[in-house]
Design a protein around this ligand. Structure first.
Ligand code: ADP
Ligand code: MG
Length: 309
């Protein structure tokens, strides 16, 4: 069997097509993949091979270009020999790299990040370390949510309200959950609330406020990161946050939060006092009721993990 390629080459060369063509035949038939292909298709006659020689040549040539890192006519695909209707054909199959890239694009489309560093995309629940009870509970509840929600998207699932100090890993956990959901085909948006408030302020002059609210409120799973980290206006509280939460409550759309404040602190320190320093406890309570309807409070206590990795 080892000599098959050699035999064939010799036979073909007898035809004496000229030096250049002979050199090509030698080269193509010396290719390991071509040899293996011919060997595993013993019904192929010398004639068949000769007729399809241009295909074998194409195969070897493209393979060589890819190996040399040159640009090929369909990037991301690698050639493969097949038999189609007694002819040899080259099919192009997506490379592992292309498939991985396409998958990543698909994931990025599902997991939308607004005003947060791109590296949160890398957050992975498999790497989430749980060195204390709080982290274990938070991870467990997150996994429970993912399981329950993906099993039946029509049944309302409460999200989580993660509270804990700076650097404890709130954003990381939210992003980890978002990634896992995106892998399971769910659309998730993780939004940095202080930046969102600034963006909404800017949207007034552009007349795009309603459209932006609409986009955010309808996301299947919404995660509001760092709520309470800025100073909020009554307008943002009632006309933006209130509207979004009201809609999500009515529609039963899962919503997550992260904050340095507990729910109680958020209500008293953040939602009650407006930017003019006035207390509006009733309005704060209404917002808090919606948050509490949408999410369960989970405390995260632990060391500051920033700059430790
Ligand atoms: P927070 O949002 O609570 O301020 P972050 O989520 O930004 O904290 O986390 C701080 C740093 O620690 C980040 O660099 C993050 O990637 C990392 N980190 C946080 N929690 C974990 C964890 N459980 N496992 C691995 N890395 C983590
Ligand atoms: Mg954070």
């Amino acid at each position: 069997m080892e000599d098959l390629g050699k035999n064939l080459t010799e036979q073909m060369l007898k035809n004496n097509w000229g030096q250049r063509y002979n050199a090509l035949i030698k080269e193509v038939l010396a290719d390991k993949d071509v040899q293996m292909f011919i060997r595993s298709h013993d019904k192929l006659t010398k004639d068949d091979i000769l007729k399809s020689f241009s295909k074998l040549y194409e195969f070897v040539n493209v393979k060589r270009q890819i190996a040399a890192g040159k640009e090929v006519f369909i990037p991301g695909y690698s050639p493969n020999l097949i038999i189609s209707d007694h002819h040899i054909e080259v099919e192009y199959i997506p490379t592992k790299e292309l498939l991985a890239k396409q998958k990543q694009i698909e994931l990025n489309r599902r997991f939308k990040i607004i005003s947060l560093p791109k590296n949160v995309r890398k957050a992975n629940l498999d790497d989430y370390f749980t060195n204390n009870d709080d982290r274990r509970v938070a991870l467990l509840k997150s996994l429970e949510f993912i399981e329950k929600y993906t099993a039946n998207k029509n049944e309302f699932c409460k999200g989580l309200y993660l509270c804990g100090s700076f650097g404890v890993g709130k954003t990381y956990l939210l992003a980890g959950v978002a990634n896992r959901l995106a892998q399971k085909g769910v659309q998730v948006t993780l939004i940095h609330m202080p930046s969102f408030a600034v963006e909404m302020k800017g949207s007034i002059s552009k007349n795009s406020t309603l459209q932006k609210i609409d986009e955010i409120k309808k996301v299947p799973v919404l995660m509001m990161d760092d709520i309470g980290a800025d100073q909020m206006s009554s307008w943002f509280r009632d006309d933006i946050l209130g509207v979004i939460l009201q809609y999500r409550m009515q529609e039963g759309l899962p919503t997550f939060f992260s904050s340095n404040f507990t729910m109680e602190q958020l209500q008293e320190n953040y939602l009650t006092i407006n930017s003019r320093g006035e207390a509006e406890p009733m309005k704060a309570m209404r917002i808090m009721e919606r948050i509490a309807f949408l999410a369960d409070e989970v405390n995260l206590i632990g060391e500051n993990l920033r700059n430790s990795n």
